[in-house]
Design a protein around this ligand. Structure first.
Ligand SMILES: [Mg+2]
Length: 375
């Protein structure tokens, strides 16, 4: 057996010029941050993870040094405790799975269950555009082979949000599944307006009924279990959520109360690959859809792809896509190759050991920073 000898954490920031006007962020983003975690063992393997800032993790490194990297359940228990005491350490779990794959000579999708090696991607937009510009994005998504497109709410008037959905549906007909993200589950730190209440969520769901949406995402706060359960009685459209829900018992509550049809925990922000490979099976066994949030960098996308393909699969998984403001080149600047779906929207994972990550070391050197913030 090998032992863990060192944990290396570096921060990076890609300057964004022009800035990225994320619809869920009142401040246009001038930087795209990435934190890279590298876990070394004494046999020369290096596991890589990314996807969250990991500030202060050095305080907990000693709980891993000298341990067998393959004791993944033990590491998950420690990381769950760290998550309680200090932020979200889940890129460390991703790095440990990458390391385990490299030690075993197998891809992570095989280690988590081996159910499959591919998932279809849906185009997930991030910018508020005019109606004609949004229709253009939808047409580009069809041309690129995506089966589905997610649009963002959050314009000053909900009437404008709904008008965009109706116009896109009229333009594309049945050529694309459409989803909307209401982004009411959580807020940016400086963003203080209250989330929608149940009456508002029911009204929006009713107004969208004719658009045959595949799901409505986060129409309520993540902890409004009563609201979600009641909303489900008022609409036939699937309700999605849980991208920033953090605790296993919260997901069990959401399942037990019938709050959601689609569960979206992201393994770089919630419970890691270790926790979600089990939760994914609980969700699927309950007849619900598991399809992680992946809005972040390419390593987070890869980790969620391996997790999903190898366990329960998904009708389609989030693929951040909103050129020209958001491109795969920006998203994947830490990687030596961008991740691209094939002509039918499928992403097929390789058999390379671990997550198959190839870091762009020159880009990492160029973008090295003391912090991992968005401006
Ligand atoms: Mg979302």
């Amino acid at each position: 057996m090998s032992v863990i000898t060192r944990i290396e954490i570096t921060h990076h920031q890609l300057p964004l010029d022009p800035p990225f006007p994320a619809s869920w962020d009142p401040k246009p983003r001038t930087m795209f941050p990435a934190t890279i975690v590298r876990v070394h063992d004494d046999a020369g393997h290096v596991g890589i993870g990314s996807g969250d800032a990991m500030y202060g993790f050095a305080d907990f490194a000693s709980y891993f040094i000298g341990e067998d990297p393959l004791d993944l359940d033990r590491h998950y228990a420690v990381l769950s405790n760290v998550a309680f005491h200090s932020g979200r350490p889940w890129p460390m779990d991703v790095a440990l799975w990458d390391l385990a794959g490299k030690i075993r000579g197998e891809p992570v999708w095989k280690l988590v269950g081996g159910a499959g090696d591919r998932v279809r991607a849906y185009a997930s937009t991030g910018v508020h555009r005019s109606i004609p510009a949004t229709i253009d994005v939808a047409r580009r998504a069809i041309k690129r082979g995506f089966p589905a497109l997610k649009l963002r709410f959050g314009r000053p008037s909900i009437d404008d949000d709904i008008a965009v959905v109706k116009a896109v549906r009229d333009a594309v007909g049945a050529a694309l599944e459409l989803m909307v993200d209401c982004n009411q589950g959580w807020r940016m730190p400086w963003d203080t307006q209250p989330p929608w209440d149940l009456a508002r969520a029911i009204d929006v769901a009713h107004r969208l009924e004719g658009e045959r949406l595949y799901w409505i995402e986060e129409p309520l706060h993540r902890g409004d279990y009563d609201g979600y359960a009641e909303l489900k009685q008022h609409t036939a459209t699937r309700i999605a959520g849980g991208e920033m829900t953090r605790e296993p018992y919260e997901f069990r509550e959401l399942l037990a109360r019938g709050c959601l049809d689609v569960f979206q925990p992201d393994c770089v922000c919630t419970m890691g690959i270790s926790g979600l490979r089990l939760l994914a099976r609980e969700i699927a066994a309950a007849g619900k859809i598991f399809t992680p949030h992946t809005w972040g960098n390419g390593i987070g996308l890869l980790a969620n792809l391996h997790l999903t393909a190898g366990t329960v699969g998904a009708p389609f998984i989030e693929f951040p896509f909103d050129p020209p403001e958001w491109t795969t080149a920006r998203r994947d600047y830490i990687l030596s190759h961008t991740i691209e779906p094939d002509a039918d929207g499928w992403i097929t994972l390789s058999d390379a050991p671990g997550l198959g990550i190839e870091l762009d070391e020159a880009a990492l050197a160029r973008t090295k920073s003391e912090q991992a913030t968005f401006s």
